[in-house]
Design a protein around this ligand. Sequence first.
Ligand SMILES: Cc1cc2nc3c(=O)[nH]c(=O)nc-3n(C[C@H](O)[C@H](O)[C@H](O)COP(=O)(O)OP(=O)(O)OC[C@H]3O[C@@H](n4cnc5c(N)ncnc54)[C@H](O)[C@@H]3O)c2cc1C
Length: 447
Amino acid sequence: MACPPPPPPQSPGRSHEPAPVAPGPDVLVAGGGLAALCAALAARRKGARVWLVDAAPPILRGGNTRHARNMRVAHDGPSALVPDAYSVAAFAADLRRADPAADPALVETLAADSVDLPRWLAGQGVAFQPRADGMIPYSRRTVFLLGGGTAMVNALYRTAMALGVRVRHDTRVEAVTPEGRVTLRRGEARSTVAAHAVVVATGGFQANRRWLAEAFGPDAVGFVNRGTPHADGALLRALLEAGAAPVGEAAHAHIVAVDARSPADDGGIVTRADGMPWGLVLDRDGRPVDDGAHETGSARYSAWGRLVAGCPGALAHVILDAAGVARLGRRVYPPETMPDTDTLARALALDPGALAATLDRAGPAGGPPWHVIPIRPGITFTGLGVRVDAEGRVRDGAGETMPGLFAAGMIMAPGVLGGRYLSGTALTISAVFGRRAGEAAARHAFA
Ligand SMILES: Cc1cc2nc3c(=O)[nH]c(=O)nc-3n(C[C@H](O)[C@H](O)[C@H](O)COP(=O)(O)OP(=O)(O)OC[C@H]3O[C@@H](n4cnc5c(N)ncnc54)[C@H](O)[C@@H]3O)c2cc1C
């Protein structure tokens, strides 16, 4: 089905005048990650004319989804993709344990719909890593993407475009009204189109340092954003200001410890820092930081992410001896080596005497040379969103649905995910609720 041509851009110099409204698609999807792609595909397969509008340029398409690798799914027994069994009831119970306040309808829906996800995504061209390849770690709860998130994103874009979904990159959705008026901005050019239904799948606000500072305090300007620089939360804020009911907390986020030398945005999984359990961690002022539990399992990354987020300047240093550094394995950012304590004190701008006393008391037993890793909080996604029902319909403060407005992915995930994150659940939320929101939006458009 051919889509109509895009409306002519409005002259930037006349943006104060009411914008003419051009006809748009049946379903306009804002965003370009997994939730948006699933919504676009599901709506298109229901016969809707669909536009997918993404702020990122083509080279950065796929949002945070590009960085992901495994997805949590319930299943009755072993298969080519996943061993043993993980029942729908067990998945739902894990979600409830992680967040007793999670919306029960969303929890039940997520766990039940996860069963069909590998089959449905495979039908959209996504390939999974077979267990027989011996390339993936044992995981009874998650399936792994062959080629990771980037391969999945590429497959979904290919299928969407082949089906006639019209993809517009480098285009921000600036505003959405419940009546389906959507303001688009490409460079300096603005235009307004009328869509029958809109699915907002623009992720969290983890790239917006000013909002992070409002939520977490001024040191949050130094947080590293592990994913897309386009997740600025502008549409989340716009929906909340338009009356959508909030869910979750702005000051909640999934945070892990990352190397402070990583890029401010989009460094992905390789920037995750390690070594904390085998060394001494000092805050910016030379005070030891302790996680209390001496966590050595995978929970250490997020435990230390939260700890360093609370340190002055959101900065800390891991100090290792030779034995500690031997346990690190190969790193994208190797530790810096300091021959003695005086050199270390100069590098960290600390008083040499006080540092020597701290190292004598609590430092690694092997002594110098010291190996140093600077760490910062690395934010994966934020914990404030809009409340939706199980079809992705956005609810207002009175609990009523806002007709024609749907949300999917991280922008509604705080209704299901609480303080404790379950690995692989973010992708499942994006796919399950993206698919549901797309189908519901198509139904709304044709009603
Ligand atoms: C390093 C890393 C590793 C991860 N690993 C895993 C994993 O293994 N398993 C897992 O389940 N989860 C993982 N996650 C989390 C998971 O990738 C995301 O939470 C999930 O993919 C989010 O999907 P989404 O569609 O909601 O958002 P995203 O994929 O982030 O997409 C948001 C999209 O919205 C676009 N956008 C933003 N604002 C606008 C606007 N105003 N107008 C138009 N477009 C806009 C962006 O360009 C982007 O394309 C990981 C995340 C990171 C950063």
